[in-house]
Design a protein around this ligand. Structure first.
Ligand SMILES: [Zn+2]
Length: 288
């Protein structure tokens, strides 16, 4: 029996915890349980707003919604890429009338602007118009920009003495690996499971915090975390040069308990393990 204002401990314990209900509801609606709050400032107006972005965790025990989203995305990527046995041909759609009209407009505005500029007249209005047209062109669904891209700064590592020499072949534009046939006619496409891990920065406790802050290599930990994506990118680039095609791969980045970044991935085709080591050494030397 509940008397007004008085409850027993058992009754209070039986009532659902508000926080648990929030979690369950969020999970039920596919919303992230631990969104990351970011502050966005509009540079023009100085207007500040708070935005929440999903945590993107891949473990269901941490965030069921984000893990499920990641799982569906991986499944789609796998279906559309990894399991393909023929090279996909993607022909862009022809441009629509509207898109053609916008690009024509853009060219005429540029011509008018250049005329004014060569006469030494202020081009502010036309520059603004060009900016708006560029935006409209992007909004209309066209990719890229109409102006030729500025030349990219090319940093070659070819002459670095400390990089391990790597046999390279010209990279052909295929993305699908080779298929092999067993004597019984069964087709298979071998792949390789690779784990890349950064070295230890010092012992850590249960919660991942450094056991001895005085000897823990914070600088190196920060540097590795910052450059890990670039390092992995370079590894894949070298792997592509070595195999001679734009190989597809599947990868998951997981920070370990000691917070060292760590990646598992599955490149298709046979790449001898010792070659993998060579590629890895080269990638670290290039970033080192
Ligand atoms: Zn989440």
């Amino acid at each position: 029996m509940v008397t007004a204002g008085r409850t027993t401990r058992a009754q209070r314990m039986a009532a659902p915890l508000a926080r648990t209900v929030v979690r369950d509801l969020a999970a039920e609606h596919g919303a992230c349980l631990r969104p990351v709050q970011l502050r966005r400032t509009e540079i023009d107006t100085g207007h500040v707003e708070q935005v929440l972005i999903p945590c993107g965790h891949t473990l269901a025990s941490v965030c069921p919604s984000c893990a499920e989203r990641a799982r569906i995305l991986r499944a789609a990527q796998c279906r559309e890429g990894w399991h393909l046995d023929h090279e996909p041909v993607i022909d862009p759609d022809p441009a629509t009338e509207d898109q053609r009209a916008l690009v024509t407009d853009r060219a005429e505005t540029q011509e008018a602007r250049d005329l004014l500029a060569s006469a030494g007249v202020d081009t502010g209005d036309l520059d603004e118009q060009i900016g708006e047209l560029d935006e409209a062109i992007t909004d209309s669904g066209l990719r890229g920009r109409v102006l030729p891209a500025r030349p990219r700064r090319h940093r070659s590592t070819r002459r670095r003495q400390d990089a391990a020499p790597l046999p390279r072949r010209p990279v052909s534009s295929r993305t699908v690996g080779r298929t092999y046939f067993a004597p019984d006619g069964k087709m298979f496409r071998p792949s390789l499971f690779v784990t890349l891990t950064c070295p230890s920065y010092g012992r850590v406790g249960e919660d991942g915090a450094p056991a001895d802050p005085d000897t823990y290599d914070y600088t190196r930990a920060a540097r590795d975390a910052l450059h890990f994506a670039a390092l992995f990118d370079r590894f894949i680039q070298n792997l592509r040069r070595f195999t001679g095609y734009d190989l597809q791969y599947f990868a998951a980045i997981e920070p370990q308990r000691r917070l060292a970044p760590h990646v598992h991935h599955l490149p298709p085709d046979l790449v001898a393990i010792n070659r993998g080591r060579q590629i890895r050494r080269r990638a670290s030397a290039q970033l080192g």
